[in-house]
Design a binder for this molecule. Structure first.
Ligand SMILES: Cc1cc2nc3c(=O)[nH]c(=O)nc-3n(C[C@H](O)[C@H](O)[C@H](O)COP(=O)(O)OP(=O)(O)OC[C@H]3O[C@@H](n4cnc5c(N)ncnc54)[C@H](O)[C@@H]3O)c2cc1C
Length: 424
């Protein structure tokens, strides 16, 4: 292996900074450090930078959430206080200014979610790459194999092509989710080898596996404008409540509302939680009963199983008919008030028991990571190894859906990059 000395530069005055991982955290760190005059080299094992960034927000990239810091903190389930300095240094407002200045106009949608006007995540990735290059960062396509540490200080890194000497190293290798995008857990190995604790790694913002056969029967059915409650079976306590869109799959439930719900379920185990879906949230019980009477009047001579066409998508009808306990062949005009009440109960509260989460590889983000107690929140520097910094999803911080996770990457990346460049 050849050793390439990259620090200090000819003038001897520039800090040599390595950034490992060219995702949103790494690209932001590289640009921020280079803008402060550091000699920055960004190492990315993929041919292209920002592979995951390009598929975010269903290809539209929800870059941030246009909210104040207190509201932001409320969307970070654990370790939110650790992020205070990073978010104060580089806020959602700063993210908006950055992309506008890089020629990516933005728009704000429902829930303060910010997207590029073009609806193209590729525009966001392209602008970040341009920013890195324009700031003077060098980009190398090399997989980093290990950190080189001596006497509690970072000395450099070793890649598949050789060893490099650096003053500072920023680890921004992402989490474990969607490993085909490149984030397959190397950063956790680097952290452990450096003496850091890595907290339990779990999926978050992830589809949910359910008990029973209902989901498989409804596979492919997407529901819009339904309300969802996740309840603890034993106590009936609601841990999540929302209104929106969901999808049935062969294993259970998915879709935007389900991914959000998963982040609010603390300790999922078979039979502990159930989803309660209100299929008619706009109708209270009296209005729903009036609606049933109207439909049953219209289809008075039909069998019950053929009388719900105006009320429900076709796939749902046999499931709801089965759960209602009403004979499917009963003539609608002989259905009793009590039977109607039972039917309305199913429509306002379709219950499905949850079994567990899909694996972390299918999650939007990884919960857990490098223990933030061992990281200085004002700089992102390791408290164990001098000159070693962490940024982005590799850290034990994660947010709900809505642009919070990319903002965490941008904020921690900026702070790590600037701190590494300014290191005494
Ligand atoms: C499908 C999907 C949609 C999402 N949509 C949104 C959204 O709309 N809004 C939002 O806020 N968040 C979204 N997220 C989450 C968001 O993408 C991540 O939180 C974010 O990408 C984390 O950034 P990062 O830079 O820390 O890590 P990553 O983006 O994972 O980047 C890490 C990089 O490090 C590289 N790397 C890893 N190991 C090495 C190594 N040994 N050597 C060299 N390079 C290495 C990887 O190849 C990768 O390019 C989404 C996630 C997914 C999976």
């Amino acid at each position: 292996m050849s050793t390439i000395k990259t620090t200090p530069d000819a003038a001897g005055a520039r800090r040599a900074v390595a950034v490992i991982g060219g995702g949103p955290a790494g690209m932001r760190a590289a640009a921020a450090a280079a803008k402060l005059g550091a000699a920055v080299t960004l190492f990315e094992k993929n041919k292209i930078l920002g592979k995951k960034l390009r598929i975010t927000g269903k290809g539209r990239c929800n870059v941030t959430n246009d909210c104040q810091l207190n509201e932001f903190m409320a969307n970070i389930p654990a370790n939110s206080r650790f992020l205070w300095s990073a978010l104060s240094r580089f806020s959602p407002e700063n993210t908006k200014e950055l992309f506008e200045s890089l020629g990516v106009p933005l728009k704000t949608e429902r829930g303060k979610r910010v997207f590029p006007v073009s609806d193209l995540a590729g525009d966001v990735a392209g602008a970040m790459i341009k920013d890195c290059r324009a700031s003077g960062a060098i980009i190398l396509q090399e997989k980093v194999l290990s950190l080189d540490i001596e006497d509690g200080s970072i000395k450099g890194i070793t890649t598949e092509k050789g060893s490099y000497i650096f003053d500072s190293v920023i680890v921004s290798t992402g989490g474990l989710s969607y490993p085909l995008t490149g984030s397959d857990g190397d950063g956790y190995k680097f952290a452990r080898a450096a003496g850091h604790r890595v907290t339990e790694l779990e999926p978050s913002l992830v589809p949910i596996v359910c008990e029973g056969s209902i989901c498989a029967e409804l596979q492919g059915l997407s529901l819009k404008n339904v309300s969802l409650a996740i309840e603890q079976c034993a106590s009936g306590k609601t841990v999540f409540l929302d209104f929106g869109e969901m999808l049935f799959t062969h294993f259970g439930i998915s879709g935007p509302m389900i991914l959000s719900a998963s982040a609010h379920i603390p300790d999922i185990k078979p039979g502990v939680y159930e989803a309660k879906i209100d299929l008619k949230p706009a109708l209270d019980e009296a209005t729903l009963d009036a609606r049933l009477l109207t439909d049953f009047g219209k289809y008075a001579n039909r069998n019950f199983e053929n009388a719900l066409d105006d009320l429900l998508p076709q796939k749902l009808i046999p499931v709801i008919v089965g759960l209602s306990g009403i004979d499917p062949y009963k003539k609608v005009n002989s259905i009793t008030r009590e039977e109607r009440r039972r039917l309305a109960g199913q429509l306002k509260g379709l219950r499905i028991k949850l079994r567990g989460f899909r694996p972390v590889e299918e999650a939007i983000i990884t919960r857990g990571g490098v223990d933030v107690k061992e990281i200085n929140p004002k700089t992102m520097e390791s408290k164990i190894v001098k000159g070693l910094y962490f940024a982005g999803e590799v850290l034990d911080v994660d947010g709900y859906t809505g642009g919070f996770n990319l903002q965490i990457a941008f904020s921690t990346g900026t702070l790590a990059g600037e701190s590494a460049a300014n290191r005494e």
